[in-house]
Write a protein that binds this ligand. Sequence first.
Ligand SMILES: Nc1nc2c([nH]c(=O)n2[C@H]2C[C@H](O)[C@@H](COP(=O)(O)OP(=O)(O)OP(=O)(O)O)O2)c(=O)[nH]1
Length: 312
Amino acid sequence: MQKTFLDIAVGVLRCENEICLSLRQKHQSHADHWEFPGGKVEAGESIEQALKREFIEELGVETDNWEPLIEIPWHYEKVSVRLHVYQSYDFDGTPHGKEGQLVRWFNQTELKALTFPEANQGILSALELGDRYAISGKFSDVEDFSAKLAKVLNDGIKLIQLRAKGLDEAEVVKLAQENIDAIHQAGAKLMLNGTPEMLGQTQADGIQLASNQLFAYDARPIAQDKLLGASTHNQEEVEQALKIGADFILLSPVLPTATHPDMEALGWDVFREMVKAIPVPVFALGGMKAERLNQGKQNGAQGIAAISEFWN
Ligand SMILES: Nc1nc2c([nH]c(=O)n2[C@H]2C[C@H](O)[C@@H](COP(=O)(O)OP(=O)(O)OP(=O)(O)O)O2)c(=O)[nH]1
C-alpha cells in the first residue's frame, strides 16, 4: 500500500558555527526532543514560503535565501512525513519562542549529544559531510600518497576515503595513521575502505563498507560516534545499508565509468527516484566531474564522489 507523506518544511537557521533549535513541547509528538524549526507545508505553498511563515509565527524572525539541504522520507508509527530540509544564514531579528517553546543556538559540534526525532539522523549527517567525497586512486609510494592527499586537502575536500586494493590490512592501517594528522588539521575526515577491526586500530573517522560486505552484518558494526558509509548499486543493497544503520550511501555507477565498464549506468532519473526513498545523504559516484556537482544536487544528491577527478 502506498503511504501518503505529510510534507514538512524544516529550517536549519545558521549563524556562523551555530544552529538555531527549538524544544518540542509536552502536547506535541516527540515531546522534549530538539527540532529544527518548521512545520507542515500548507496547500499551495512552496517550501520556502512555508519556512518564512513558520519562522515568523514560531520564532518572530524574517528569513530569506533558503537553500535545499536534504529530503528525508520517514515512517513514524502514526504518520509518515517527508522532511524538506533547507538551510539559510539570512535572517532579521532575534529568534525567540513565540509559542512558549525553548529556543537556543547550539554549536554544530554539540548537536550529536542532543535528542532529536528519529528522522533527524540524516539531517545531522548531511550537516557533517561536505559535498565532495574523494576516493584515493593510484599512488607509487608513501610519499606520492601524501603528496596526492595534500592536493585533495588543498582543494578544500572534507571527506576522503582511503582505498588501496594493492595493500594488505596492516599496510592500510599504517598509511592511515601516517596521514591522519594532516587530514584532521585540514578539518577533513578519513573513511577507511576496510573492516570495523581496522577502524579500531586507527584514528580514522569511519569505514566505507563495500557492497559485498554489507550482507555480513545484521546491525551497525561500529560505534555511533564513527561514520558508516555504504557502497551500493541497487535497491537491495540500499535497503541492507539502511538496515545496518549507514550514515550515508554511495550509489553507483550513475554515469558510465572507465573503472567499471561492465556495469550498466543507472542514469540520473533512476538515481533521483532511488534517492527520494533514502533518509540519509547519498553521494553520486561513477563518471563524476566537478562540474556535475550542481546537477547531482538537483537530482537529490548530497554531493559527488570520484577517484580520478579528485585524485591526481
Ligand atoms: N519542525 C520539525 N519537524 C520535525 C523534525 N523532525 C521530525 O521528525 N519532524 C516531524 C515531527 C512532526 O511529525 C512533523 C512536524 O509537524 P508539525 O511541527 O506541524 O507538527 P506539530 O508541531 O503540530 O506536532 P504533531 O502534530 O506532530 O504533534 O515533522 C524537525 O527537525 N523539525
